[in-house]
Design a binder for this molecule. Structure first.
Ligand code: 2IT
Length: 448
């Protein structure tokens, strides 16, 4: 790495102790950006990279709430407003016991580049809480969301910061959050949140967008090799909203998804998670709040492997759709040994840096999550547009725009890698293409 990039990274690691996920994401991204700084010495003079890796603002607050038995709980709430060079901060809320600053800063940093890749005017942010929604009643979820928004409402707005969902935050949570925001603001500003229900300004295709977009992206990757997704076997991890959309679209295009997983293990379905009944059951399992995939095995009479991950299976395409760091060296070695052809990351940073290098060096084609999963936030930006125009597009219109956006992301990432002599390297290309626009905007706006 160039001295400048290396020094900024070393500084970041020294000045942000105890944040391994943030270090991991920053290392992967900064290594790819070296070539840009070699070409633009004026960026170093402007301290561009030091500014880029430091969030513009971080809000941390207490979230007190009362459970159904009258017991008081206190969780931590956060919003990292990372970068607003190209638009208002945009990114999801995650409600999960593992949430901390390291996780939110890695997600926020990824989000800046992802949002830039969509081509739409959205900056990068991320937020959430260490609240664990599993097993909570509807009333508990509502009271938690109301308390969370009672602090956060003063920091967000349709032109300021537009949160959405992520792990543990779906349409129900967004509804409660919006209700409280509206009440406190005294105004119907539905452009403040995306992923809303259709009855109050949500966009058609938003629930499907991340999974659909990921499969559209995979299609482009396969096309690059004159290959097609039809007839391919696919292993997917997770069984939430993103996995559901990916299963639905992959199946529609003639692929067979042979596994899905949960925190409890994975299920193997040799006939494919392929009927409407099976695909819809994923939504039912998620809505139950039980957070277990074993229910699928019991309902459809297929094998369940407790406490195991599905990466040892033989398949053409692997698509991690669950969470960060699902795939380390042990899992990567199994995949490569089984002859996987395409490794399409979907969840944010699903792969350790070491495993990612190993998979690439083994000759597997890799597509990085910040490009692959950008369809979700892209349709969120389309939701913002519809809200500001006070109108709505049809499913067909949104889906067509999503497809075009995914094709453009693929082509721009591929072209950026080509431009810097990396060949068809989508991992480097996505970082470079995403960063370029943010860098130009930051340079234009002065030292802020
Ligand atoms: O990781 C992501 O891009 C999201 N959770 C969606 C963010 C959004 O604003 O729709």
């Amino acid at each position: 790495m160039s001295n400048y990039v290396q020094n900024v990274l070393a500084d970041l690691i020294a000045k942000n102790p105890g944040e391994p996920e943030f270090h991991q994401a920053a290392t992967e991204i900064l290594e790819s950006l070296e070539v840009i700084f070699d070409k633009h010495p004026e960026y170093e003079k402007a301290g561009l990279l030091e500014r880029f890796v430091e969030p513009e603002r971080t809000v941390m607050f207490r979230v007190p709430w009362v459970d159904d038995n009258g017991k008081v709980h206190v969780n931590k709430g956060y919003r990292v407003q990372f970068n607003s060079a190209i638009g208002p901060y945009k990114g999801g809320f995650r409600f999960h016991p593992t949430v901390n600053l390291s996780i939110l800063k890695f997600l926020g940093l990824e989000q800046i580049l992802k949002n830039s890749l969509t081509g739409l005017p959205i900056g990068g942010g991320k937020g959430g809480s260490d609240f664990d929604p599993s097993g909570k009643s509807d009333g508990e979820i509502m009271r938690f969301c109301q308390s969370f928004m009672s602090e956060l409402y003063r920091h967000i707005g349709p032109n300021v910061d537009v949160p959405a969902g992520d792990i543990g935050v779906g349409a129900r949570e967004i509804g409660y959050l919006f209700g409280q925001y509206k009440r406190l603001r005294g105004a119907f500003e539905n452009g403040v949140l995306t992923g809303k229900g259709l009855s109050y300004g949500g966009s058609l295709i938003r629930p499907e967008a991340t999974g659909f977009g990921a499969v559209y992206f995979a299609q482009k990757v396969l096309e690059h090799y004159g290959d097609s997704i039809e007839g391919k076997t696919v292993v997917i991890s997770g069984f939430g909203n993103v996995a559901w959309g990916a299963v639905k679209k992959a199946t529609e295009l003639g692929a067979k998804v042979i596994a899905i997983s949960g925190p409890d293990g994975y299920i193997y379905d040799e006939n494919g998670v392929s009927t409407d009944e099976k695909i819809n059951y994923m939504l039912e399992m998620r809505a139950s709040g039980r957070n277990r995939v074993q229910d699928y095995a019991e309902k459809f009479g297929v094998p369940f492997y407790a406490k195991e991950k599905p990466w040892g299976l033989k398949a053409d395409i692997m698509m991690p759709c669950a969470t960060q760091n699902e795939v380390g060296m042990a899992e990567a070695e199994k995949m490569v040994a089984n002859g996987v052809k395409y490794y399409i990351e979907v969840s944010n940073m699903p792969t350790s840096n070491e495993a990612l290098k190993y998979i690439i060096d083994s000759g597997v084609t890799v597509a990085p999550s910040k490009a692959v999963n950008a369809g979700g936030v892209a349709v969120s930006a389309l939701e913002m547009s519809q809200n500001s125009m006070r109108m709505s597009w049809s499913s067909e219109e949104v889906d067509a725009k999503l497809k075009t956006i995914m094709v453009n992301i693929h082509d721009n990432a591929a072209a950026a890698a080509e431009e810097f002599g990396y060949g068809y390297d989508l991992v480097k290309g996505a970082n470079i293409a995403g960063f370029k626009k943010v860098a130009e905007a930051m340079m234009a706006q002065g030292i802020i």
